[in-house]
Every structure is written in C-alpha cells, then in structure tokens.
Design a protein around this ligand. Sequence first.
Ligand code: HEM
Length: 527
Amino acid sequence: MENSLVDYISKNNYVKTAAKAAAVSLTASLVYYAIKEPKEDNWNRKDFKKIPGPSGYPFVGHMLSMGFTPSFQIEKWHEQYGPIVHINMGAQQWVIFNDPVLAHDLFVRNATKASDRRRHKFTNGMYSKGGRGIAFSQPGKKLKHTRAIALSILSPKYVDRYLGVLENIASCTVELMKQETDRDGSVFPMPFIQMATFSAMIKSIFARPLHLDNDPVVKEIIYIMENELKFAGPAGDLGSFFPNFAWANSLFQKKKKMEALVARRDELYKMLIKDALNSEEDCLVKQAYQMKEEYGLDDNDLIVMMSDMTSAGGDTTAISLSWLFAVLPHHPAVQKKICDEIDRFFAKFNRLPTFSDRDEFPYMCAVLRENIRFRSVTTFGIPHFTSEDIELQGYFIPKGTVVACSMYAMHMNPDVYHDPKQFIPERFMGHTKTWSASANGPIDERDMYSFGWGRRICPGIYFAEVEEFNLCIHTLSRYTVEPALDSDGYPVYPDLKHASSTSVVFAPAKYNVRLVEREDSPLKKQT
Ligand code: HEM
C-alpha cells in the first residue's frame, strides 16, 4: 500500500514552500512596515505582565524557527519562557500554553471569548462553505445545533450500536497486517490503520458495505482529506498568514485547486448521504437527517458536517494507533501484561471482550491513555481565536489572537507528569473513567488534554477510544508486535525520537514491525 499520509507531510515540501514564502515576504516586509499604521501596543500594556516569547524574524515571525518538528521546538520555548508564550506566525499573533490550569482558565472559564476559529480563506471560506459544519464554524446558534447533533450521534448510546461493526473492522485489519508480515517479512501499519479508521467512520456514518483490503470510496475520501489539509497550514494558505501575499494564492492557482477538491468532496458526500438514506441499515447520517429540520440545517450543512467528522475522526485516530504500534515493540513487558489480561478474560468468558467489558482491562486502558499522552497526535489541536480582549492571571490577550494548546509540551510538562519522557502506563492505573468522561470532567480530574477544550472539545472521544480498544485487543489476543529485522537478522526498532510532523499533526516517522503469532494465544488453543 502507498504511504500517502507520510508523503504528504514530507518535511522537504513544507520547508521549501515556507522558505519561498520567507524570501518573498522579507522583501515585502520593508514596504509593509513603512506604510502600516502605528497601533497601540497591546502586548506591552502597563498593569499587565508581559507574555514572554522568543525573538522572531521580521515579517515571518517564528514561522521558520519551528524546524522540522514544531512540537519539539515549542517544548523548548516553553522550557525557556514558561507556561505561556507569545509567538508570531506571519501577521498572526499566537499565544500558546503548556499548563493545563492556565489553558482551562482561558478555554473554559473564558469560553465566550476564546472559542472562535480564525477565518482562513481555504478552511473557513471554501472547505466549510463560509463556516458551515463544526470544525471551522464560528460560535452561534448554528454551531450549537451542529455540535448537538454530533454529540448526540457520537454519544456512547449511539456508538454502542456499532460495537460489532467496529470489532469486525479491527479484526480484519489485524489479519491484513499479519498477511503483509508473512508476505514481506514486516509491515508498515499506518496505511492499514488509516483504512480501518476511515472505514469505521464511513460504515457507521453512511452504512456503506466494507472492503477493507481495497475500498475506492475510502481511498477517495483519504485523498480528498489529505489534499484539503495541504491548504490548512501556512505553506498552503500564504494569504491568511501574510495578508499582503494573498495574490500568491492566485499565482499558484490555489483557489482553483481547492474549488476542484471541494466539488469532488461534495459530489462524493451527496452520493454517500443519498445511499445511506435509502439503505435498510441504521447509520449516523440517518439520525442526523432526522434532527436536520428541527435544527434548521440544510443539505450543505450536513455535507460539511459529515466531512468534518470523517476527516477529524479518521486521521487523528489513525495517527494515535500508529504511535501505539511504534511504541509496543519497545515494551515487551507491557505487551505481556496486556496479553495476560486478555487471557484471563478469555478463560473466564470463553470469548474476546467488547468495549462494554472495558472495566476488566485496567492495565490495557492505562496503556492506551499513556500512549495518547506520550505522543499526542496534533501539534496545537485546532487553534482557537479570541473574539474579545481577555485578562488571564495578570496577562492581557487582545481580541484577534490565535490561542492554542502546545500539545506535546503540555504532555511532557514535568510539573504535570512525573518523569514525562518515559512511557509509564502505571501512572494511569486507577484512572477508570472513559476518555470522554475524564476529558469533559473538572480540570483537577482531567488526566490528558489531547482532545482540546471547552466549547470546542472533540465530540468523537468515545468513538476514538472504542476503536483503539478494539485494535489493541484484536492484535494482542493473537500476536505480539515485534521490531522488523534487518538483512542480518538484527531488530530495527521504530523511531520514537523523531516525528513526521507539520504545524497540524504529529505522526511517527515511517517504520515497520512484525506481527508474530503468540504460541500461548487463547484463540490458538481453541482451534
Ligand atoms: C485520537 C483521536 C482524536 C484526537 C486526538 C482528536 C483531537 C481533537 C482536537 C484536539 C480537537 C480540537 C478541539 C478544540 O478546538 O479545542 C478536535 C475537534 C474535533 N474532533 Fe476530534 N479527535 C480525535 C478523534 C475524533 C473522532 C473519532 C471524531 C468523530 C467521529 C472527531 C471529530 C471532531 C470534530 C467534529 C471536531 C471539531 C469540534 C469543534 O470545532 O467544535 N474527532 N479533535
């Protein structure tokens, strides 16, 4: 299978485009600074503490200082400047946080002022058709309604109807990875996992029949999502980060390319929605359609909403699971403990567990929690935008600032986690709440922050946890995850120190592993 996600986030591409932007920008910055109006300096108000931050370059700010892996550079900035840091991304002012309490004060206590999204040409304007759907829409009645529908159809009550389907997807995916191991000696899990997580979304949202080995619709959705994502960051949308370079978007025909992608997306989703409504099977889009009238939404709202859920849900969960498959070969003792839990369950009930048996798996649940802490999927989540001035613990954050959580730095913050660089599942033993329950609980009971904050907190947390639980069970009930072997038979462990990263996601660099049959698998004994 092709590794299209990793191809997309190739560092070279990002850096080359950013370097081009910098060269053009530096020239124009002279003109820009010469003619711009002097403004009151909101960042140095007397009576407020100055928000510290590294010094940046003129015009491009800190955009080129982030290096190949922004998450690592951001962590260094927090180590140097503390829990709240001010940086410039081109013409945009950003304030970033690695302290959960400060983030909670901002995103939850000041939710009415800190829950907007910045209006970007391609994401807000074109992808979401001027702010429809969920992820790029602005707070207001419509977002309240679309979020209410998403929260309802992604609630445990609804998702539990699809537990069997999700288990089947996990089990088939593991077998496909095993076949690839047998054929090629090892497997790169990401494309298989990505096919599984997108298929899980497509099956449960649209009731589409599954073809996990090669589904053209799932491939088309992944293609569209990856290409749309290219327009989300600074390299893809110069005009939103450097307003006087909006012309560069036309020069590279970006608007046309995005229009073509959106048209392709709309056609596909219209077909999927139509087929789903005509199908005999229950599915999430049918539930959403029933609520559509009540909430005053039209077909375009539903298209963007379903596209949001598929893209936001498919890619993030795939990256998180891909980290899990990279981490496990480094920790055979961790795998052994999970296998013991599965075997004990099997001996008691003579079947594999479903997510409703989660309480029987305290150690495995701690491993999954530690995995998502240890490698936190996104660089900043989806950044928020302040709609009013905010006073926060003696700091002043002006209206019109991008505010974001530094995901990696927060989860590596030694004031929050003991020995944060180590993979220690035991730190979460006794944390028995589902991810969804603890993420939505009070701040002193939150134990990880990968799903964001307040009014914009991820609505798909439960769905993601079910998928991760299933893939872990279906893998370790039969196999262990071992490092690939080089031509001399020596193990080659997945690289955990580097990431294939952009300003949007934080994914592992490409690696291979082997699924090796467990001699003592309870399933083997049964056959
Ligand atoms: C490990 C998996 C996942 C991670 C790490 C993750 C993380 C996030 C984060 C950080 C945000 C931004 C929250 C904020 O703005 O404060 C978000 C938003 C969102 N997520 Fe997830 N997510 C995951 C899985 C899912 C799934 C499975 C779905 C759907 C089934 C989903 C649907 C969404 C949607 C629709 C939004 C936009 C919410 C809004 O803007 O109001 N996510 N997610």
